[in-house]
Write a protein that binds this ligand. Structure first.
Ligand code: 13P
Length: 243
C-alpha cells in the first residue's frame, strides 16, 4: 500500500440520486458547492444531480466543481426513449459520470456486462467514470466480498484496457443509506484488495494511480477517519451531499 497523498488526487463526489428541485439545484450550487473551501490541485469535487437538474447546476457552479451524470445510455442517439447518450453528455460540457451504482444494478437490472459497456462508452467519450462496485450484506456475511468485487471489476477489465479515466467507487450495498458505515479497517482491507487486483489484472500504473473512493453513509462525522486510510482516495456521498 502507498500513501494516498503521494500520487493520487483525492475525489469527493456528491450523488443526489432522485432528489432535488430546480430551486434546490440553484441554491445548493451557489450557497453550498461554490462555498466549499478546497485546493483543486489536491481534491477533485464532483456533483451528480438528476438529468433534469444538470443544466441548472452547470450554469451555477464554479469551474472547480465538476458535474456528472448518474447514468448513461448503452446506445447512441436514436429511437431510445428515456435515454441520455454519451454524445449528448459530452456536447453539454459534462465531464464525469457514474456507472454501475448498486441502485442501477439491483433496482433496474443492470448486469455486470451492461455496467462494463457503459464504463467503456463513457471512458472512450473522454468522460471521467466513477464506476461503482460493491457487495450485498449476505455476500459479505458469507465471505464473498472479494469474489463479488472482482467479478464486477473483471467485467469492466474485459472491455477496458485504458483505465486512465476510470475511478472505482467501492460502495458496500449494506452501507448505502443505512447509516452503517464500513469501519475504516474494513473499508481499507477491501480497498487494498481492489488495488492489488488492479496490479494483477490491469497494470502497475493502474495499481498506483487509479483512485478508489469509498461510498456508504459517509458524513462529516466519519470522513476524517476513513480518509486517513492509505487506499481510500475520496468518497462518493449520497444523503449527506444534499445537506
Ligand atoms: P449514502 O451516502 O446516502 O449512504 O449513499 C451512498 C451512495 O450510494 C453514493 O452513491
Amino acid at each position: 500500500t502507498q500513501s494516498n497523498t503521494m500520487a493520487r488526487r483525492l475525489m469527493v463526489g456528491g450523488n443526489w440520486k432522485c432528489n432535488g428541485t430546480m430551486g434546490f439545484a440553484k441554491s445548493h450550487s451557489t450557497d453550498v458547492l461554490n462555498k466549499l473551501k478546497f485546493d483543486p490541485k489536491k481534491v477533485e469535487v464532483v456533483v451528480a444531480p438528476t438529468a433534469l437538474h444538470l443544466s441548472t447546476v452547470m450554469a451555477n457552479v464554479s469551474n472547480n466543481v465538476h458535474v456528472a451524470t448518474q447514468n448513461l445510455s448503452l446506445t447512441g442517439n436514436g429511437a431510445f426513449t428515456g435515454e441520455l447518450s454519451t454524445d449528448m453528455i459530452t456536447d453539454a460540457g459534462i465531464t464525469h459520470t457514474l456507472t454501475g451504482h448498486s441502485e442501477r444494478r439491483t433496482l433496474y437490472g443492470e448486469s455486470d456486462a451492461d455496467v462494463a459497456k457503459k464504463t467503456k462508452l463513457a471512458a472512450d467519450a473522454g468522460l471521467t467514470v466513477l464506476a461503482c462496485i460493491g457487495e450485498l450484506l449476505e455476500e459479505r456475511e458469507s465471505g464473498k466480498t472479494k469474489d463479488v468485487n472482482e467479478r464486477q471489476l473483471n467485467a469492466i477489465r474485459e472491455l477496458c484496457d485504458d483505465w486512465s479515466k476510470i475511478v472505482i467507487a467501492y460502495e458496500p450495498v449494506w452501507a448505502i443509506g443505512t447509516g452503517k458505515t464500513a469501519t475504516p479497517e474494513i473499508a481499507q482491507e477491501t480497498h487494498a484488495e481492489i488495488r492489488e487486483w488492479l496490479g494483477k489484472n490491469v497494470s502497475a500504473d493502474a495499481q498506483k494511480n487509479v483512485r478508489i473512493l469509498y461510498g456508504g453513509s459517509v458524513t462529516d462525522a466519519n470522513a476524517a477517519e476513513l480518509i486517513a486510510m492509505p487506499d481510500i482516495d475520496g468518497f462518493l456521498v449520497g444523503g449527506a451531499s444534499l445537506k
